[in-house]
Ligand binder design. Sequence first.
Ligand code: AFP
Length: 333
Amino acid sequence: MRRVTLTQFLVGRQQSNGINADLRLLVETIARACKAISTRVNKGALADGPAGPATSNVHGELQKKLDVLSNEILLEANVWGGNLAAFASEEEEKPVPITEPYKRGEYLLLIDPLDGSSNIDVNISVGTIFSVLRCPKTPEGKFCEPEEAAFLQPGSRQVAAGFAVYGPTTVFVLSVGDGVHAFTLDRETYTFVLTHPEIRVPTETAEFAINASNMRRWEPPVKRYIDECLAGSEGPRGKDFNMRWVASMVADVFRVLWRGGIFMYPRDSKQKEGRLRLMYEANPMSFIVEQAGGAATDGRTRILDIQPQSLHQKVPVILGSREEVERVTSYHR
Ligand code: AFP
């Protein structure tokens, strides 16, 4: 099969008017930054110089140096292209507007620079998640000031989204609104090569992903769904289920995309809005899963329909094989 690189794929989408040059440059720049992050992640403890002062992010979470470095790599890569109005990140309290001497463009980029970072020290896959929106315009047609309010758009307004998984291979998963495609990093040529075109989430599954240690805190519909899975072939589902939980959303979601499954981080009596962030975790992953034929709700509402209230708000997440998500959502109703 002829190898198609990410650049060739994007040029093809541009020529068929699926995307414009600015969006193509944005995706290529993000992918290039992910290559740099992948190289740094793969060095692991070999790369750490003298232990620098640990810092904490806006949520008070201890930032491992790689979180901070990944955020810097993505910001520096995207500041000069003239295609972004501003940049929002899990690691930045406020959006970072593009300022002089750089030119602003029409897009807003939101990222989780290093998702799953608590897994770094134990050599488990981590990744980068990104979401692209358009900067809103005033009635006169001028771009709005790219402050927090400009970002608070429902996930259905995303023009592109995706994620990288830094695992046994580095995979770059992308949708520009016409399906989901994954590219594997060829470390000999250092290029992303199309390896998983037109990914479709299997509608049925026998595999669920949830952090079962929270079981005592779940709401009844979630408890009912998981109990039925655990009852297996003797229970109402009439088949046995398997469980996986990597605790890196990028790894769990890639598995769901490729072999089916349901991924759940529901609200519970302790984490009342769940744990995952709407704008740069749930929305991009929900966009990808829906583009691959799956479904994503917060238990009651389609995630992409949620009107955000703040940049770092959390949301319960139930996503994956459409039949399973619809079952869990029906239990909530
Ligand atoms: P970290 O980035 O703090 O490791 O959190 C990862 C994450 O946001 C998401 O990637 C996982 O699905 C989820 O949290 C794991 O949460 P638990 O540690 O509660 O299982």
